[in-house]
Design a protein around this ligand. Structure first.
Ligand code: FE2
Length: 243
């Protein structure tokens, strides 16, 4: 099993087998512009739950990989969590105003639109997404859990590009400028942070995913999370129309 080839195969399958990260095909992206404000804001607020809970997904994956002795992977997950929370040690750019990225998103939306996304309740699709993903990253097999996290990180950039477009649309309709905090949230993740998460995770996993069986489990975890995400977006599109 050549891990690099497996990563390439999974990346390709993300665009051919699943709808989550495909512009115009993701069920929310497909219809977003035709929705009313309530439906659009509903989806943006539901996305906020993902931004909020990503560190919990990563922490649970950390506990599995550290137990397996997959040191490079567990260290990468700690680094990733620290970046999401903006508590990176020795970071030159670290300032007094550093905030967890979810808080940046929450405050920025509140400042521009006067909406606190934290006041929203997770809908049925989001609750299922959270529960299913937590179950996946708590599987006891480190290769499977690493594949789950790889799906989260590999899909992050195209997903954030779509979400950023939706957030811009909501602001345009409200005739307000996107706040600097929200601009920073999307720009930093799309242009730098998610690229690093993905590359560092690939490098770390390459040290441990060696056998045919480990490769198969890594793939299984990846596919499980992609299927969970497809189900989430499908559910969100239906709930948005009803909101
Ligand atoms: Fe990430």
């Amino acid at each position: 099993m050549i891990f690099k080839d497996l990563l390439g195969e999974l990346d390709q399958s993300m665009y051919s087998k699943y709808t989550s990260v495909r512009q115009g095909i993701n069920p929310v992206d497909r219809d977003f512009l035709s929705w009313n404000n309530n439906s659009q804001i509903f989806v943006v607020a539901q996305y906020g739950f993902f931004s909020k809970i990503i560190t919990k997904f990563l922490l649970d994956a950390y506990l599995v990989t550290v137990n397996a002795g997959w040191k490079a992977v567990s260290e990468e997950l700690v680094q990733n969590i620290s970046e999401e929370l903006d508590i990176v040690e020795g970071d030159e750019c670290h300032s007094e105003s550093a905030l967890p990225h979810y808080v940046l998103l929450r405050q920025g939306i509140q400042e521009a639109l006067g909406i606190d996304i934290a006041e929203a309740s997770p809908g049925a699709a989001t609750r299922r997404f959270i529960n299913d993903t937590l179950e996946a990253v708590n599987d006891l097999r480190a290769p499977y859990v690493s594949g789950c996290v790889f799906a989260l990180e590999n899909s992050a950039t195209p997903e954030l590009q779509m979400v950023s477009g939706w957030v811009e649309t909501v602001h345009e309709r409200a005739k307000v400028a996107v706040s600097r905090k929200v601009q920073h949230f999307f720009h930093s993740h799309i242009s730098e942070i998610e690229i690093l998460h993905q590359e560092r995770l690939k490098t770390a996993c390459a040290n441990y995913v060696k056998t045919q069986e480990q490769g198969a489990l890594f793939k299984e975890g990846f596919e499980r999370v992609m299927a969970i995400m497809d189900c989430w977006w499908e559910g969100l599109a239906q709930e948005a129309l009803a909101s």
